[in-house]
Ligand binder design. Structure first.
Ligand SMILES: [Cu+2]
Length: 156
């Protein structure tokens, strides 16, 4: 009889243990799911910020710098022209004309970016080319850059 009683107690303890374990498990899962949701929201916020950081498109102060204006056409998936050359110190104005698709034009090194615009729309960015080198302008939509939607800004 004693042995049977002990086994029953052990069995009850095991069952209680499993119930407690599962209970804790599900309690732990719930907050994890909430955390994931929060993380996703934060990620999306971060992506929005990445799309156009607040220090981008700072207006150019009054300047007597020589103005160099360009019109760059964009379509799936190229820019025309895909090479622009300016001199260091120039005030560069690039009007991006979207002739087909959904695109933007971004130059990270000069912290400028147009909005993502649709076919037939255009937008102009302005900046001082204050450093020498070759810089990439590209479309940040999807994988457009990898598909060839980029060009080179040469500052001499
Ligand atoms: Cu694009």
């Amino acid at each position: 009889m004693k042995k049977t009683f002990i086994w029953v107690v052990v069995l009850v303890l095991i069952v209680l243990g499993i119930i407690l374990f599962l209970g804790k498990g599900s309690k732990l899962e719930a907050p994890t799911t909430e955390n994931q949701t929060e993380t996703n929201e934060q990620d999306m916020g971060a992506m929005d910020a990445f799309a156009l950081p607040s220090d981008y498109n700072v207006p150019v102060e009054n300047t007597s710098a020589p103005v160099k204006e360009f019109i760059v056409d964009g379509k799936n998936f190229s820019f025309t022209p895909n090479m622009i050359t300016v001199k260091k110190g120039d005030l560069v104005k690039i009007t991006f004309k979207n002739t087909a698709g959904f695109h933007d034009l971004v130059i990270n090194e000069f912290k400028v970016a147009t909005k993502q615009i649709r076919t037939g729309e255009e937008e102009t960015i302005s900046f001082i080319a204050d450093k020498v080198g070759s810089f990439i302008y590209y479309c940040s939509v999807g994988t457009h850059r990898a598909q060839g939607m980029w060009g080179t800004l040469k500052v001499e």
